[in-house]
Design a protein. Structure first.
Length: 402
């Protein structure tokens, strides 16, 4: 029987145990003190990272856990997963709410509960493919930036002891609007750091996370459809367990305005094509490389008749916003690489210029209020705020790929 956790450990991260285990063990007493009997709110908690964060924090026995997510089905599965796992602690006050965190009903719930001790926000448009046209871009920036500020305004009324909002490695020297939006999000949350402690984390791809290309490989294999992946794009990977632990350590141990990231070396990068090949071999197939999506689709018909040759199309990446490599830190940022065994910390971040940030947010809102606003116009607004934003535009989208 195929075991995904075993496959990730042996073929993707090449780590049989979490890289964060020692840091958690060494800080266990402090983590317990900060979490035990505290109230916890997790926004976007039904997603891959949010649910992993929940599993990481539950071992420290918070008094209550409220999970908010717009994906009702995913929250149902989260609850079933938690309730079916041997030995996991679930507080009596555990409840899931299928709602938008920027909605009036969320505000009503938050205020009626008197706020929370620990708040973690994982709600985000996280895919480069989210950048399609002006409408998808507006939805992306609304969720990642403008609604994040709405949440922060609400938190300021009943400040939490700790606040965490997930970022991305793509926020470092961004080349796509998604990455730029998360870089702006970092400034937005840091602008509230004089009201309550805020922390974030930039980290690698989460292996087989919801909506990721490797997770898509599993769907394709189940349906006997061909695999398609870039052969030249290299990425860092962490396991689902590690993703939750990184965010937990950042949320609880991080200083105000700290940015955590995993300590990974360039040699640990992998291509999606190599993961696809290893996955097919683990399922008992041999790879049949094709020169186009069409050829791969045509040859996949033989799989229905029991063929062990699995067609794939591994191509060179040429879509908008794709970075050929990953980085967690820019040249102007200061890091502490000695504090933790598994994580580096970007330090010395200051409260951003609030007037300049406010102008950006007003410019974005004003632009979206106009019918004639274009993708190019939004890119110009962002570039005026982020001079190092070097947008890669090819005119091609991931939606044009298998």
């Amino acid at each position: 029987m195929f075991n995904l956790e075993y496959f990730i450990a042996n073929n993707v991260t090449k780590r049989t145990k979490s890289m964060c285990n020692l840091d958690i063990a060494q800080n266990y007493e402090y983590l317990s003190k900060k979490i035990c009997n505290k109230s916890v709110l997790v926004i976007g908690g039904a997603g891959s990272i949010g649910s992993s964060f929940i599993k990481a924090i539950l071992q420290f026995q918070p008094s209550s856990l409220v999970v908010v997510d717009t994906n009702e089905n995913a929250m149902t599965e989260l609850t079933r997963d938690l309730r079916s796992t041997k030995g996991i602690y679930i507080p009596i006050d555990y409840i899931t709410y299928p709602m938008d965190f920027a909605s009036p009903v969320f505000k009503k719930m938050f205020l009626n509960r008197g706020g929370f001790d620990i708040v973690a926000n994982f709600s985000a448009h996280k895919h480069v493919r989210s950048e399609r046209d002006i409408y998808s871009i507006e939805a992306l920036i609304l969720n990642n930036v403008l609604n994040a500020r709405t949440l922060l305004d609400l938190l300021a009324e009943l400040p939490p002891e700790e606040f965490f909002c997930v970022s991305t490695d793509k926020a470092a020297n961004p080349v796509n609007i998604m990455g730029a939006s998360k870089r702006i999000m970092e400034d937005v949350i840091f602008s509230y750091s004089d009201k309550f402690p805020v922390k974030t984390a930039r980290f690698a791809n989460v292996a087989f996370s919801n909506g990721s290309l490797p997770a898509g490989f599993l769907e394709r294999i189940q349906k006997l459809q061909p695999l398609s992946a870039p052969r030249d794009v290299k990425r860092y990977f962490v396991s689902p367990e590690e993703s939750g632990q990184i965010c937990l350590l950042s949320c609880i141990l991080g200083d105000n305005r700290a940015i955590f990231f995993p300590k990974l070396t360039e040699a640990q990068m992998m291509t999606f094509a190599s993961i696809g090949t290893a996955l097919l071999e683990a399922h008992g197939f041999r790879v049949l490389e094709c020169s186009s999506d069409k050829e791969a689709i045509d040859k996949a018909e033989a799989l229905k008749n029991g063929s062990s040759l699995y067609p794939v199309h591994y191509s060179i990446s040429d879509t908008t916003g794709e970075k050929p490599f990953e980085e967690f830190v820019t040249e102007t940022e200061t890091t502490d690489m000695n504090r933790y065994r598994s994580l580096g910390v970007i330090t010395g971040k200051t409260i951003p210029d609030k007037e300049r940030l406010e102008k950006l947010l007003k410019d974005l809102k004003h632009a979206f209020d106009k019918e004639e606003t274009t993708k190019e116009g939004i890119i110009s607004i962002i570039k005026a705020y982020l001079p190092n934003f070097k947008h890669i535009e090819t005119g091609k989208s991931l939606d044009n790929r298998m």
